[in-house]
Ligand binder design. Structure first.
Ligand code: ADP
Length: 499
C-alpha cells in the first residue's frame, strides 16, 4: 500500500541501486567534423536568409555541456507577417497551380537530400537537443526522411486517398513544433502540407532550432520555389503571432496541453483549421502471461531512451500483481546498466535533459513522488559535472491518484502500479485526462483486441512500444489533442473535401 501520510514515510525512501558489471564500454564518440553549422542564423523567408525586423537573436546551447552553439533570430509579429505574406504569394502564384506530380518531385528531392546528409543532421540534433546519437542517427533522421518520401508518394494520388471526392488545398499552414523530436516534427508537419498543395510557415522550438535551420538550407538547395516553406525561429510570442495571424488557414501544433488550450481559445470563431498533438501519460500494461524480458526492454525503450522526452512515453506502468515482484527486480537491474552521458557517444542510452527548465520540472516531480511516500529507486550512475542530467528512476507501489501517475513528467521517470483484473486495469488506464498512447503486453491475441477496444488512447502498441512508421496515424483523445498526423489520415487536416 502506498504511504501517503507524511508521518509514516520511512526516513529515506530513496534507494540507490548498485549493480557492478565489473567492466565498461570504451568511449565511442561520434566525430563532430562532418557537421557544420553557422554561428548565427537569420530567418528563412521567401527562399532567403533575412535579418529579423526585431533585431533580436537568442542563444541555443548544448544541454550536455551548457556551451553556446549558435544564435538564432527571434521573429516578432512583423517578421511573422513577412513570412506569411511570402507563403501566401507562393501559394497563389506557384504552388497551388503546380501539377501535383511536379510538387512531388520537390518533396522527393528534399527526402533524398536529408538522407544524403543524415549523419550531419543526426549530430546537430544530438548537440542541440541532448538526445543520444543512436536515437537521432537510427530513428529521428531516417524517419524524418521517410515522412518526406511517404508524402511525396501521395502528392499525385490524392484522388485515391479520397475516392470520389475533390481535395482542395487550404492555403498557408502555420506550424509550431516542440523540442523533443525537432527534425522529425518538422517533417511530420511540412511533408503532408506540401503534398496537399499548401505553403508553410514553421516555427521550431526555442531550445532546438538548429536542424530546422539545416533543413532550410536543404530546402533552398532543393530548388523548392521561394516562399513555399518559410522557417521563423523564436519563442512563445513568435508562436502566438503565427496562431493569431489573420491570413493563416491552418494551425498544426505539437506541444504542451497548456499551450494547446491557449491556441484553441485563440482560433475560436475563426476559419482556421487546427490539429493539436499535446501531452500524454501513457499506460503500459503488463499481464502475467507476457514475455517478461521482452516487456522489460519495451518499458526501457518506452520511458528511458530519449530521456523520457516523448509525449507517448509509457510512464505509467501497470503490472499484474503475480509478476510484479519479478518485473520490478528485472527493471531495477536493467536501469542500473543504462549508460547516461555524452549524447554523441554511440554507447549512450540516456543523453542530456533538453534544458535547465525541463530538468527543474523533473526534479520537482521526483520531490513530489518522494514526499508522497512512494518508494524511489534510482540508478547509481555518475553524472557529468556540467550540463543537465537525470538518473533513470523508478517509483514503486504508486497509487492511482499520485501526481507522478497522473501528470506528465517528461523525464526518465517511471511510476509502477499493480492490478489484478482486466476490468480494473482498463478503468485505471483510462482514468487520466490524457489519451495519446498506451501499450499492452500479453501472450493472448484475443486479450490484446479486448483491451485495445476498451482503451481510450490514439495509439496502442501490443508487445512492443514506441514504434513509428510514416504510414501509421498518430494523435490523441481527450486532453492529448485531436487530429491525426502520419499515414493517410495525416493528409486530411490539410485539405477541404468537396464532391
Ligand atoms: P513544451 O512544454 O514541450 O516546451 P510548449 O507548448 O511550451 O511545450 O512549446 C511547444 C512549442 O510551442 C514551442 O515551439 C513553443 O515556442 C511554442 N509556444 C509556446 N507558447 C506558445 C503560445 N502561447 N502560442 C503559440 N506557440 C507557443
Amino acid at each position: 500500500m502506498p504511504v501517503t501520510n507524511k508521518k509514516n514515510i520511512k526516513k529515506s525512501n530513496t534507494i540507490k541501486l548498485k549493480f557492478d558489471t565489473g567492466w565498461s564500454y570504451a568511449p565511442a564518440p561520434e566525430s563532430k567534423s562532418s557537421a557544420s553549422f553557422n554561428k548565427q542564423y537569420d530567418l528563412f523567408i521567401n527562399g532567403e536568409w533575412v535579418n529579423p525586423l526585431s533585431h533580436k537573436y537568442f542563444d541555443t546551447i548544448n544541454p550536455a555541456n551548457e556551451e553556446k552553439l549558435a544564435e538564432v533570430a527571434e521573429a516578432n509579429a512583423a517578421d511573422v507577417d513577412r513570412a506569411v505574406k511570402a507563403a501566401r504569394n507562393a501559394y497563389e502564384k506557384v504552388w497551388k497551380k503546380m501539377p501535383a506530380k511536379e510538387r512531388a518531385k520537390y518533396i522527393f528531392r528534399i527526402a533524398r537530400m536529408i538522407q544524403e546528409r543524415a549523419r550531419e543532421f543526426a549530430i546537430i540534433e544530438s548537440m542541440d537537443g541532448g538526445k543520444p546519437i543512436r536515437e537521432s542517427r537510427d530513428f529521428d533522421i531516417p524517419t524524418a526522411a521517410n515522412h518526406f518520401f511517404y508524402y511525396a508518394g501521395w502528392a499525385d494520388k490524392l484522388e485515391y486517398a479520397f475516392p470520389n471526392r475533390n481535395s482542395n488545398s487550404l492555403g498557408v499552414a502555420g506550424q509550431i513544433i516542440p523540442w523533443n523530436f525537432p527534425m522529425l516534427m518538422a517533417a511530420w508537419k511540412i511533408a503532408p502540407a506540401l503534398a496537399t498543395g499548401n505553403t508553410v510557415v514553421l516555427k521550431p522550438a526555442e531550445t532546438t532550432p538548429l536542424t530546422a535551420m539545416k533543413l532550410a538550407e536543404v530546402i533552398r538547395e532543393s530548388g523548392l520555389p521561394e516562399g513555399v516553406v518559410n522557417i521563423v525561429s523564436g519563442g512563445g510570442a513568435t508562436g502566438a503571432a503565427i496562431v493569431n495571424h489573420p491570413d493563416i488557414n491552418k494551425i498544426a501544433f505539437t506541444g504542451s496541453t497548456e499551450v494547446g488550450k491557449l491556441i484553441q481559445r485563440a482560433v475560436a470563431g475563426t476559419n482556421k483549421k487546427v490539429t493539436l498533438e499535446l501531452g500524454g501519460k501513457a499506460a503500459n500494461i503488463i499481464f502475467e502471461d507476457a514475455p517478461i524480458d521482452q516487456a522489460v526492454e519495451g518499458v526501457i525503450n518506452g520511458v528511458y531512451f530519449n530521456q523520457g522526452h516523448v509525449c507517448c512515453a509509457g510512464s505509467r506502468l501497470y503490472v499484474q500483481e503475480s509478476v510484479a515482484k519479478e518485473l520490478i527486480r528485472k527493471l531495477r537491474d536493467r536501469i542500473e546498466t543504462l549508460i547516461v552521458g555524452d549524447p554523441l557517444d554511440k554507447n549512450t542510452d540516456i543523453g542530456a535533459i533538453n534544458s535547465r527548465q525541463q530538468l527543474d520540472t523533473i526534479h520537482k516531480y521526483l520531490k513530489i513522488g518522494k514526499d508522497e511516500g512512494y518508494q524511489m529507486y534510482e540508478s547509481s550512475c555518475s553524472l557529468p559535472a556540467k550540463g543537465y542530467w537525470c538518473r533513470p528512476t523508478i517509483f514503486t507501489d504508486v497509487a492511482q491518484s499520485a501526481r507522478i501517475a497522473q501528470e506528465e513528467i517528461f523525464g526518465p521517470v517511471l511510476a509502477i502500479l499493480t492490478f489484478r483484473t482486466d476490468d480494473e486495469v482498463i478503468q485505471k488506464a483510462n482514468n487520466t485526462p490524457y489519451g495519446l498512447s498506451a501499450g499492452v503486453w500479453t501472450d493472448k491475441g484475443s486479450k490484446i483486441f479486448n483491451m485495445t477496444k476498451r482503451m481510450r488512447a490514439g495509439v496502442i502498441w501490443a508487445n512492443t512500444f514506441n514504434k513509428f512508421d510514416p504510414t501509421s496515424p498518430f494523435g490523441g483523445y481527450k486532453e492529448s489533442g485531436y487530429g491525426r498526423e502520419g499515414g493517410l489520415h495525416g493528409l486530411l487536416p490539410y485539405v477541404n473535401l468537396s464532391n
